[in-house]
Design a protein around this ligand. Structure first.
Ligand code: BGC
Length: 455
């Protein structure tokens, strides 16, 4: 069980993040860098002409201040939350993942988490079988909110639900993850009816409807779209909906608040955002913690280590001099993918009290680094969508706690969730930074960033 000791009120920071939602693509010019809260030095702190030298951070170069003598292409780079990969096939973009010797990805184990989410829903159905089938027709009907059909985490979660409930059909060697639209008659081709047997009685399980929650402007994982969808679905076949599954809590909470809470239909999400965890007391079915507290730490820690010229495992698998270390039960590192993956934990009515504040840092990695041996360095970091529920209410507040501990001065740039150029336009002066942390709009687009760093 996680023990988290440092509690901080992040309401102010969250407010600022949300206030950034309306920023437009030109805000780098106006000096308003989206969610940036640590000073918007967009221009002029670096002299021109220092790119192009091929020097990587060396052992012992900590303490030298901003490393303007390192070429941008050799600076530490971490991709996070959206893994460079082909959005159609899921194939990893190895060129982006090994852009230089100090490049990594930080995310979470999507398959392990997806399986947990599926199992959580199935266990709930079995434990509540006497009351779950609301209209008593012998069919347990569920609807599914899909985040982004081209995002491998979203795909994994859709598959996890279908696998656990027996509704998946195989396509190209894996479970089909395509949305079905409406399937109240069970005729859709991307899913099939499943079956659950409890206490000697058999029930059909049917995916009544599913759709990608993308708004008209193109933003994915869109909570408002999910709220509208449950309105439409419930008004035409509400009596048949016994369970709601969602690829994340943002969409899940929107459906919970719009319909499922009042109708006592359990909704299951993903992310363990604080509002979703609190809603478990009011009937939200459960969620999955993707250990954002570990991911946010890893995101900044791999940069810190490269900047310090120390082994990348420092403060991760091997304790640093302050005593920060992660145990093997909270993350895995896959060398061939240059990727760190946090492990997931199910959060249900049984244990939600331990997860009420999703912005609390993880105690085993909460110790301040000494400013003498780990001098302040500047990091450019973007969030693909400043109004993404998980990233703005959970991940970014965690990053903002860890950046102090790791002596990193981070400029947080919030995107609009739709256009990569909205973000890349604000990476106009990479020479001003020591390291980069990137959260792409689309997982195919890594080259838009690496091209800027290679110039
Ligand atoms: C989260 C989603 C979020 C997405 C953004 C996922 O890992 O679960 O809530 O919208 O990341 O990329």
């Amino acid at each position: 069980m996680k023990k988290k000791v440092i509690s901080m009120t992040m309401a102010v920071l969250m407010g600022l993040s949300l206030a950034a939602c309306g920023d437009n693509a030109d805000d780098s010019k106006s000096g308003n860098a989206g969610t940036s809260q640590e000073g918007n030095q967009q221009e002029d702190t670096k002299t021109e002409g220092d790119e192009g030298q091929d020097s990587t951070p060396q052992e012992g170069d900590a303490g030298s201040g901003t490393s303007t003598d390192v070429a941008n292409k050799d600076k530490p780079l971490v991709w996070f939350n959206r893994q460079p990969s082909n959005s159609s096939t899921g194939e990893l973009d190895q060129a982006a993942l090994s852009f230089n010797d100090h490049t990594y990805y930080v995310g979470f184990d999507a398959n392990q988490g997806a399986e947990l989410q599926g199992t959580m829903v199935k266990d709930y159905i079995e434990a509540n079988i006497d009351k779950i089938d609301r209209n008593g027709d012998g069919v347990i009907g569920y609807v599914l909110a899909i985040g982004d059909i081209g995002h491998n985490d979203s795909i994994a979660r859709t598959r996890g639900i279908r696998k656990a409930l027996g509704t998946g059909v195989e396509k190209d060697g894996d479970i089909d993850s395509a949305p079905v639209g409406t399937n109240t008659d069970g005729s859709a081709k991307s899913v099939k009816d499943g079956e659950i047997e409890v206490g000697g009685k058999k029930y059909v399980v049917r995916e009544l409807a599913s759709q990608e929650m993308k708004n008209s402007a193109g933003a994915t994982w869109d909570a408002a779209t999910a709220g509208n969808a449950i309105g439409t679905w419930s008004s035409s076949f509400g009596e048949e909906i016994d369970v709601i599954a969602s690829n994340n809590d943002g969409m899940g909470m929107s459906m919970f608040n719009a319909w499922s809470k009042d109708n006592k239909v359990p909704t299951f999400g993903y992310d363990a955002n604080s509002d979703a965890v609190a809603a478990i007391a009011d009937g939200y079915g459960g969620t999955i913690s993707q250990h954002a507290d570990v991911q946010a730490y890893l995101t900044l820690r791999v940069l810190r280590n490269a900047l310090d010229g120390v082994d990348v495992d420092t403060g991760i698998g091997t304790a640093d001099e302050a005593g920060n270390v992660l145990s093997e039960d909270v993350y895995v590192y896959r060398e061939e993918e240059r990727s760190y993956y946090a492990l997931n934990v199910a959060v249900t009515a049984d244990n939600y009290q331990d997860f009420t504040d999703s912005t609390k840092i993880y105690e085993p990695v909460s110790k301040q680094l000494d400013a003498g041996s780990h001098a302040t360095k500047k990091v450019w970091l973007n969030i693909y969508n400043a109004s993404d529920n998980f990233l703005s209410s959970t991940y970014q507040p965690l990053l903002q706690n860890y950046d102090d501990i790791l002596n990193l001065e981070v400029d947080y740039i919030g995107g609009d969730g739709q256009t990569e150029s909205n973000i890349t336009n604000r990476l106009g002066n990479p020479g001003q930074y020591d390291a980069f942390a990137i959260n792409m709009v689309k997982t195919d687009n890594a080259a838009s960033y690496t091209a800027l760093l290679s110039q």
